[in-house]
Design a protein around this ligand. Sequence first.
Ligand code: FES
Length: 328
Amino acid sequence: MRSRLEWRRARVVEARTIAEDVRAVTFAVEGLSASFDPGSHTNIKVRINGEPAIRTYTVLPGPPGTLSIAAKRHPNSRGGSVFIWQLQPGDETELTEPENRFELSWRASRYLLIAGGIGITPIYGMARTLASRGQTLRLAYAAKSRQQMAFLDELTALLGDRLQIFAQDDGEALDLDTEFAALPPDGEAYICGPLGLLEAARQAWQKSGRSMSRLRYEVFGDNGRFAEQAFDVEVAELGARVRVRADQSMLGVLVEAGIDMVFDCRRGECGLCAVNIVEADGVIDHRDVFFSEIERQENSRMCACVSRACGGRIVIDTGYRPDLTAAE
Ligand code: FES
């Protein structure tokens, strides 16, 4: 089974730098539906080192018929942000109709929004929508410096003292325990940021005894603990062997090689692409938010869309058995 994506032709109409290392790009898109909810994302066809690839970006609020995204120039990027940064008005690509897996519930008495760095992209749209509908909210926005904070002026004007920023260079630190303690029992938190922030938030939320259904988060797929390296993958049940370059995802290479894979989000959230690890030469860089910390330490499964081996060879079992389904 493979995830089916419906592609639309798109042409760049604007590209500009909106904060240090953050570039916003707006596309005019053919046949785009009228509207989308905050937190939605689109898949974009990019080229990395001359090879085709797909990357996922949050969609920003914008005029009908257009989709805007913002990308951070990331030192550990597998190459998607490099492509986005090079786009100029008139350039063409394809992207998908927005989908949303990071939706507002509209059932909370108070919303706590937390953004880490470029994680502001879905949170920005959520803050605008919640504020326009008179909802009670607070936005905690953390980044290395004020210069790296996109949408800071707009958010300051929109939210006033409902916005608090935490600039690491100024010695300001976000305290998750304090943030969560200030939420009423039916309050909800929405978080987007690097893996470390999400892990810390999950642990602090669990410790506070709150329902996990009231914590929602989104992660960046290229946000690992180690720099990308090339590695080899052997698929045990097929006897196939592929090479994953530093700028590729394991899932992308396996699909490209014609190996049947189950997947959906491509961002380490749904767990559908998880494969069994039969053998590994070295360390596995788990970059998902699907598995618990204990499961990651067990190293028996990994999400092929975002997680990687740190060089060497890995032997996997995809678990995909089409003949079993057909026999039932
Ligand atoms: S496709 Fe969703 S976790 Fe990999």
